[in-house]
Write a protein that binds this ligand. Structure first.
Ligand SMILES: O=C(O)C(=O)Cc1ccccc1
Length: 421
């Protein structure tokens, strides 16, 4: 896949460097009943997920979280903790209205997702769908364009951003496999999901006619989601994959490329001054991409609204292992919403010698599973206890509210014209 673009002056972008500044991510410590336990391990040992989720489900938060919560909830301004209840009547009259209320579970939840001042890193340039997903998850956030997903992850790890937004799957194009691998390579936690209707447009420089087109460029998902429509339109164009849809539009505009069209959003057309030759060219009107939001800290799972939990595991040797793992959820009536397998990069192949028959080469996998339950529920905790019996590696990627927003296919943009055939 080609990377087409330098970042333009109006569009500063975080860029990947081979030797990123090495700032050691702070190791968070959780306080639990006077004890501290380190939750920053990646989860390679069996008990990591258990300790961190047991701690979280006991409504205990990190020291920093609890300090800032207490200072904002109880009205302290100097950051010091004052946990001793005090008599409100002893305060000066102008302070009496600021009643001290006990912390409740809602205080311990992340701030409502209004997102103002939240810095959200995404891959691409303005007009990318990931930028729209950031805006849907955190309205009024400050979206930070990054030239690669790797950079978006690092931006959060190095405290340059508060969240990263990552597309993981699409209803037409399927899983975005590389991003699953990234989830495993990094230590960030999934704290939310957003399902975004994706409405693709066919864009070219103003005045360009489709007869002159020799090439169409887009993110691989953009090309995959419009494959049949492109064929139906009878365009004899080469498909070329680039890093992001809006970057494709920017490239055409910045380089005055007249033989190339981009598949991107109507907003990208507007930003980069391209004409919409055809609108809604995705192969299915109900084209939805699922994005996950990532943060340095997990959120506290709840039970008062639908939650989803994402895990990744590698299985032990043995028979019917995957079946047994999945049964742990079935027996507890926990629905799975997604299962994905990726090569286990640590052990890609296992050789099994069968006497007199030869050597079998088993491919080894990492399995990613999403299930509909919160880690605050006993049935989810029990299911995972059982799962770990059959697995050599288990990590909870996150337990987060499901995106339940009502959905209808997005209407075509008003400035569109249909491609003439
Ligand atoms: O390239 C983009 O705009 C992205 O955000 C990735 C993507 C591409 C196509 C559909 C959904 C997300």
């Amino acid at each position: 896949m080609r990377t087409l673009l330098p970042s333009s002056p109006h569009n500063p972008m975080l860029r990947y460097s081979q030797s990123p500044a090495t700032v050691t991510p702070s190791r968070r410590r959780f306080i639990h009943c006077g004890k501290r336990s380190d939750s920053s391990a990646v989860g390679s040992s069996r008990s990591d997920w258990q300790s961190s989720w047991a701690i979280l489900s006991s409504k205990v938060v990190s020291q920093e979280q609890s300090e800032s919560l207490l200072s904002s909830v109880n009205g302290h301004s100097n950051g010091s903790l004052n946990l001793v209840p005090f008599d409100n009547n002893s305060l000066a009259p102008n302070q009496q209205s600021k009643k001290t209320t006990p912390l409740s579970i809602t205080d311990l939840s992340p701030a409502p997702m209004h997102g103002s001042n939240l810095r959200v890193a995404y891959q691409g340039v303005p007009g990318a769908y990931s930028e729209a997903a950031a805006g849907k998850a955190y309205p009024n956030c400050q979206a930070i364009p990054c030239d690669q997903f790797e950079v978006a992850f690092q931006a959060v790890e190095l405290w340059i951003a508060d969240r990263a937004v990552l597309p993981v799957e699409n209803s037409l194009g399927g899983s975005i496999h590389r991003n699953y691998d990234l989830l495993l390579r990094h230590r960030l936690h999934i704290v939310g999901e957003v399902q975004l209707p994706v409405h693709h447009c066919f864009l070219a420089l103003p005045g360009v006619r489709k007869e002159f087109l020799t090439r169409v460029i887009s993110h691989p998902q953009g090309l995959a989601q419009c494959e049949h429509t492109l064929t139906k339109l009878g365009l004899n164009v080469a498909r070329e994959a680039v890093d992001d849809t809006a970057g494709a539009a920017e490239f055409i505009a910045a380089n005055n490329v007249r033989d190339t069209a981009a598949i991107a959003s109507a907003r990208a057309a507007e930003i980069y001054g391209l004409e919409i030759l055809a609108d809604g060219i995705q192969d299915d009107a109900s084209n939805v991409t699922r994005f996950v939001m990532l943060a340095r800290e997990p959120i506290i799972p709840r039970t008062d609204r639908p939650f989803k939990t994402s895990i990744v595991f590698a299985h032990e040797k043995g028979t019917c292992v995957l079946f047994k793992v999945l049964s742990a959820f079935a027996f507890r009536n926990i629905s799975l919403t997604k299962i994905e397998s990726r090569p286990n990069h640590n052990v890609p192949i296992r050789l099994v010698d069968e006497a007199n028959v030869g050597t079998a080469k088993h491919f080894e996998y990492m399995f990613y599973v999403d299930f509909e339950a919160s880690m605050a529920e006993a049935r989810a905790q029990n299911a995972l206890s059982e799962v770990q019996e059959f697995t050599s590696f288990l990590r909870v990627l996150g337990s987060y509210p499901m995106d339940m927003t009502s959905w209808s296919p997005s209407p075509p943009s008003s400035s569109s014209s249909t491609l003439s055939l």
